[in-house]
Design a protein around this ligand. Structure first.
Ligand code: TXA
Ligand code: MG
Length: 338
């Protein structure tokens, strides 16, 4: 059901969940001060409670009211990138419930750039928590129709057009140690580590990036699970210089019986054993355009009559601006061929 922003505010106020456009992907929003609504996010998505939600705020001032400390790094990054696709993970205040953060002492905060999301946040309402508006583990929605299809019309959604960025926000963890900021990218997105570094260097803020491979990263990013964003038919990720279409199909057939039924709560079950109709996922060479098209294309191909999808990794995909897209494709794939 498509609704207007006014109706959405009323529904949010009465502890309902609504589909909201953001510049990255459509979100499934609930007011953070309505526990019943927050719980409904998890049940609607069939999302496990170990996967924390991002809280959306109208500006940096509102963000400050939800954290224990708001270091200069956060101030500088918010001033440069908000509203926009950057989520900052900081120690949470008591205003954020542990249901939202899955029991973590930190909260992910972001100010979205889409005018409709901002309109809702500026209404005399509360900040809202919003994960991507898809069933857990599946392809994220980038149009209101995707949200309609995903939940078969059961979730009211505002139509704000196709999302401009197309993949989820960059998530940056900020840990203060002796006045120095330790940063870690927990999820790659449109805003890169180089852009973040450049802004902080220019502002003269002391910081360093720590390796994503550290033990702490695993604890901090419970949502960064192995399989995610999966389309309705199997996707194979292959190195374009060594695999042909015929070989890819053969490898998929060979691999299926050995796949686990479920990984970290995401079902991998494929209800067919023969594959006859491959379709290649082609993306434009400009990464901003590619990100914008990624999820729509995965959904379109899955409904086109093809029975499996493959993506061929090429040289250009190894450059920094592609890393958010490549991360999504690798997690969305059922097997990876090197
Ligand atoms: O672009 C976006 O961020 C979109 C739109 C709707 O704003 N939202 C989104 O939410 O991608 P979701 O639920 O699909 O992804 C949230 C992820 C979690 O899976 C987890 O990896 C990370 O954000 N996250 C949230 N809170 C965290 C925290 N306190 N510490 C570490 N990671 C956190
Ligand atoms: Mg998601």
């Amino acid at each position: 059901m498509f609704i207007r922003p006014d109706d959405a505010v009323a529904l949010l106020d009465s502890a309902e969940v609504v589909g909201v456009p953001t510049e990255t992907v459509y979100g499934l929003a609930a007011r953070i001060d309505k526990p019943a609504a927050v719980e409904k996010i998890f049940s609607t998505k069939a999302r496990p409670f170990f996967d924390p939600l991002i809280v959306h705020v109208r500006d940096a001032e509102q963000a400050r009211s939800l954290v224990l400390e708001w270091p200069r790094v956060a101030e500088v990054l918010a001033a440069r990138f908000w509203p926009g696709p950057l989520t900052l993970v900081l120690p949470k205040s008591a205003a954020v419930s542990s249901m939202i953060t899955s029991g973590l002492e930190t909260v992910g905060l972001r100010c979205p750039r889409h005018p409709i999301a901002l309109e809702l946040l500026r209404a005399p309402s509360a900040p809202f928590a919003a994960p991507s508006a898809n069933r857990f583990g599946r392809t994220s929605p980038t149009t209101a129709q995707h949200v309609e299809d995903e939940f078969e019309g059961r979730v009211p959604v505002i139509d704000g057009g196709a999302c401009d960025v197309g993949i989820e926000s960059t998530i940056l963890s900020v840990v203060m140690r002796d006045g120095r900021a330790e940063l870690q990218i927990l999820r790659k997105g449109a805003i890169s580590a180089s852009q973040i570094s450049e802004v902080l260097h220019r502002a003269g803020v002391p910081f360093h990036f720590s390796e994503a491979a550290s033990v702490a990263a695993k604890v901090q990013a419970p949502g960064q699970i192995k399989h995610h964003y999966m389309p309705a038919i199997p996707l194979v990720y292959a190195d374009g210089s060594s695999w042909t279409e015929e070989q890819i199909t053969k490898e998929l057939v060979k691999a299926l019986p050995r796949l686990p039924k479920e990984v970290q709560g995401v079902k991998l079950e494929v209800n067919q054993s023969t594959f006859l109709k491959p379709a290649q996922l082609g993306l434009p060479s400009d990464p901003a355009r590619a990100a914008r098209l990624l999820y729509s294309e995965l959904r379109r191909i899955a409904q086109s009559g093809a029975d499996h999808i493959y993506f061929l990794e090429e040289e250009i995909h190894r450059t920094e601006p592609w890393q958010g897209i490549i991360d999504r494709l690798q997690r969305a794939s059922i097997i990876k061929l090197n």
